[in-house]
Design a protein around this ligand. Structure first.
Ligand SMILES: [Zn+2]
Length: 451
């Protein structure tokens, strides 16, 4: 993985314009919900359930922010609000498990679209990505926004999970606003203890030997992963080579992210990952989509993309001349990777490795919110079944993050209403009619007009 995941040094403050606490109001409404017979009934929906790979015409009874019951028979009497979905498709909220919040990366030679963390989270929600995992942002920027969200104090936006800054061994030690630089086992333990006080949802370790300079030695990676286990923290290890992946899996990593773009996934490693239930977050969007956009500018006219990305940014990408950039470094490694991704993804899926969708948005050729849908398409294109690709963006991601979501009593009532079945075409995850978020309908139009 050559270009993704560069931690960015950006001193500008987030655009922290805030609306009154909508989530707080929502929380109160939930707590004061008095009767068992009120609530919301989503009737006559095709439930698309990636966890069980099944599609069922049924009714979903919701109280407050939770699912109460799924039934194939309509209740004889229902005092709450009934919405007849007339056979439309209901899928649990999507998750992007590899994000860098704050901006959309501009094309080569053009400025970024600055968003800030809260606007990133809003655009995610507009795109139906109801939760995301930030895998590399400054602790003082990402954790306060996440923590306000969890207290119900912030604007309506996708739920943020976050690693905080990444751990790496190269760079300038003590540089205040970037990754956490640790070069010895002792530093690794000390800095991890310090970060743990901020309650990161996972730890991100950059363990990459694909370039000339190794980002971290094996013993430091092992110290971080081992100490994270002692602290009951999950680890996501960025890898550059399959050897990095093998060592991270052996050390006890929860997940590895990215693919080696110079070789097929080794079969023995896929088996080891499956046996230890180590997650893979392959990040196909960041590994492919700059080249995909360059080769076919029509991608930039996608209606969902135009809803969540600024027109200036998209025009910058439209202005790229594919012949001029045919030999750019990113194009070269993305082209090289195409030789291996099919075999690697098929091997991972076939071995039973839990695969989670993550776009690595914030990087070149990716777009916050939209690229998760691209990720699902690319996972399918490179060898996953549609069910496995949908699971990567839902049930597998819930498993990684420990979320209670889906079609079962007690689960979070967060669903997308789709006008067409994603089983007919996985791109139909983009055909979002409505979003139910923690039991409340999202006014997407109001969110969109904010940018
Ligand atoms: Zn990344």
């Amino acid at each position: 993985m050559m270009a993704a995941c560069r931690a960015r040094l950006d001193h500008r403050a987030d655009d922290a314009s805030r609306m009154p606490g909508m989530l707080g109001a929502l929380l109160l409404a939930t707590l004061s919900s008095p009767t068992a017979t009120a609530g919301l009934l989503l009737a006559n929906a095709h439930l698309v359930d990636p966890a069980t790979k099944s599609i069922t015409l049924a009714h979903v009874h919701i109280e407050g922010a939770k699912v109460v019951e799924i039934s194939t028979e309509l209740p004889p009497r229902f005092d709450g609000e009934t919405i007849d979905l007339q056979g439309r498709y209901l899928i649990p909220g999507l998750v992007d498990a590899h994000v860098h919040s704050g901006w959309n990366r501009g094309p080569i030679g053009a400025p970024d679209e600055e968003l800030g963390i809260e606007e990133t989270a809003r655009r995610m929600l507009i795109a139906g990505v109801t939760a995301y995992l930030d895998l590399g942002s400054h602790a003082n920027r990402i954790f306060p926004v996440r923590d306000e969200q969890r207290l119900g104090k912030s604007t309506l936006a996708a739920d943020i999970y976050a690693a905080g800054p990444v751990f790496v061994s190269i760079g300038r030690p003590g540089a205040g606003n970037g990754p956490i630089i640790v070069q010895t086992r002792m530093e690794a333990r000390r800095e991890l203890d310090r970060l743990a006080a901020k309650h990161p949802d996972v730890i991100k370790v950059v363990f990459d030997w694909a370039r000339e300079r190794r980002t971290m030695d094996e013993e430091v990676m092992r110290a971080l992963v081992g100490h994270a286990q002692e602290l009951h923290l999950k680890t996501v290890v960025h890898i550059g080579t399959w050897e990095n992946a093998r060592l991270a899996v052996d050390a006890g990593a929860t997940a590895i992210t990215h693919l080696d773009d110079t070789a097929e996934f080794p079969e023995a490693l896929a088996e080891a990952m499956a046996a230890k239930h180590v997650f893979s977050i392959p990040t196909m969007a960041v590994q492919q989509d700059f080249l995909d956009v360059l080769e076919d500018h029509r991608l930039l006219d996608n209606p969902l993309l135009r809803l969540v990305a600024g027109e200036d940014l998209l025009n910058g990408y439209r202005a790229l001349d594919s012949t001029e950039y045919a030999d750019c470094p990113t194009c070269r490694w993305q082209r090289e990777g195409r030789k291996y991704y099919g075999a690697s993804l098929s091997r991972l899926a076939h071995a039973g490795v839990p695969i989670v969708a993550g776009s690595d948005s914030g990087n070149l050729g990716t777009f916050q919110g939209f690229s998760l849908h691209r990720e699902l398409i690319l996972l399918h294109q490179w060898g996953l079944s549609i069910w496995d690709a949908l699971a990567a963006g839902t049930s597998r991601a819930y498993e990684l993050l420990g979320l209670n979501m889906g079609f079962s009593p007690g689960a979070d009532a967060t669903f997308l209403v789709l006008s067409a079945s994603p089983l007919d075409d996985i791109a139909n995850t983009q055909r979002i009619e409505r979003i139910l978020f923690h039991g409340q309908w999202v006014d997407r139009t109001a969110l969109v007009t904010r940018h």
